[in-house]
Write a protein that binds this ligand. Structure first.
Ligand code: SF4
Ligand code: SF4
Length: 381
């Protein structure tokens, strides 16, 4: 006898998705134009039509074990072609926001995506801790004036003000924390995506290079048919090169990169490249979003703004520290150094593991799981 399955829509999920950008999902009539115009949609059933249906019906569980939202690079072509103006591209983006908040076991991501006050409050709290570390009495390890001493006020002595070995240890600790949160959340995502699959572990091992290649290049983006997809991919690649270079300089090469006096070390030239591409790339993204240039910028969640703004401010304050230092201006150097860290540290410990930046691990994992699934399907056929 045929079984009848009753579907209970999760209304809370629908409401949450709408608040995250999927406000037009109910306009969808399942015509499938979006799937047919999406050049990245090679799955069966294809995205984003299937995800529109699941979202309309409030079926959260199948979406939690679906890699498809991460296979979309938001070129916006489907939204442009949708006659019902149901915004499937933005709904896929809203799904990624929702999924990011579900993968995170700490609950911070959920708080931040649900409330702007929480997101800004957490960033502000971490920034305040950084400022306090530099302004509390010197026996706490740092000290704006008390530790630096009168000599460091007559000429730049950055390592007197912020001992490089202490900052380097703190950097390493931050990198470990960041890695732990990112990888533990990625492991939760991987478990969700694969728990119902019966695929041998050797298939996953064979596809590991795919994940690493995608993580480094995000080359799948080039497959989007929208006119500016290649431009967006190249800009993203350039930005990532600057970000990874700067992260490496700060976490691994800080003893050389943080110069104490007004001289220039050769690592500074690598810093110039990283700062240049971060300023141009992030500034360009901010301008595109502010001007709503393109489908993908029509709706902006707070997390979309914080992502490039914090990056731009980090690069701008970093280069100001450098300029003040080589100009031998002690006080402006020290103050700007604290401002720089009060922006960079919250960005690294809050936005990267819990905000939009987490896509740097979630997307390659989804592409990896999808590739392994397709391999298994092809073998069975
Ligand atoms: S989102 Fe638009 S194009 Fe896609 S199936 Fe629904 S109505 Fe059709
Ligand atoms: S936004 Fe682009 S990549 Fe994403 S589903 Fe639509 S057409 Fe495909």
């Amino acid at each position: 006898m045929e079984q009848v399955r009753q579907i209970e829509p999760d209304l809370a999920f629908i409401g949450e998705l709408m608040s995250l950008g999927g406000g037009d999902v109910n306009k969808c009539v399942q015509c499938a134009t979006c799937t047919s115009v999406c050049t990245l949609s090679t799955n069966n059933p294809g995205f984003p039509r299937r995800q529109m249906l699941l979202a309309q019906w409030g079926l959260k569980e199948p979406l939690l074990s679906d890699p498809s939202p991460w296979l979309c690079f938001y070129c916006g072509e489907c939204s442009k072609q949708c006659l019902r103006k149901a915004n499937p591209g933005e709904t896929m983006m809203a799904l990624r926001r929702y999924l990011t908040s579900c993968y995170d076991w700490t609950g911070l991501s959920r708080l931040m995506y649900r409330s702007a006050a929480w997101e800004l409050g957490i960033l502000g709290l971490v920034a305040s801790v950084v400022v306090l570390l530099f302004t509390l009495p010197h026996n706490f390890g740092f000290g704006l004036l008390s530790q630096a001493g009168p000599q460091a006020l007559s000429r730049v002595m950055l390592n007197q003000f912020a001992p490089v070995e202490v900052v380097h240890r703190a950097d390493t600790l931050l990198a470990l924390m960041l890695g732990f949160f990112l990888l533990s959340n990625a492991a939760r995502m991987f478990y969700r995506l694969t728990r119902n699959q019966q695929i041998p572990a050797s298939d996953y091992v064979r596809r590991l290079p795919t994940m690493l290649f995608q993580a480094v290049t995000q080359v799948r983006w080039k497959g989007c048919q929208a006119g500016d997809a290649i431009k967006n991919w190249l800009r993203h690649l350039l930005l990532a090169s600057g970000y990874v270079l700067m992260f490496t300089l700060v976490v691994i090469f800080l003893p050389w990169f943080q110069v104490s006096n007004d001289s220039i070390h050769w690592t500074s030239f690598l810093g110039y490249y990283a700062t240049g591409v971060l300023l141009v790339g992030a500034g360009w993204m901010i301008a595109d979003r502010a001007g709503k240039r393109g489908e993908m910028y029509r709706f902006s969640h707070l997390s979309d703004w914080l992502f490039p703004i914090l990056l731009w401010l980090t690069a701008a304050t970093g280069i100001l520290v450098h300029i003040f230092r080589v100009q031998n201006l002690p006080m402006p150097t020290y103050v700007m150094y604290v401002v720089h860290l009060a922006i960079a540290v919250p960005m690294l410990v809050v936005e990267v593991p819990f905000g939009k930046w987490a896509h740097l691990v979630y997307r390659p994992v989804a592409i990896f799981v999808d590739a392994v699934g397709k391999d298994a399907m092809a073998r069975s056929v």
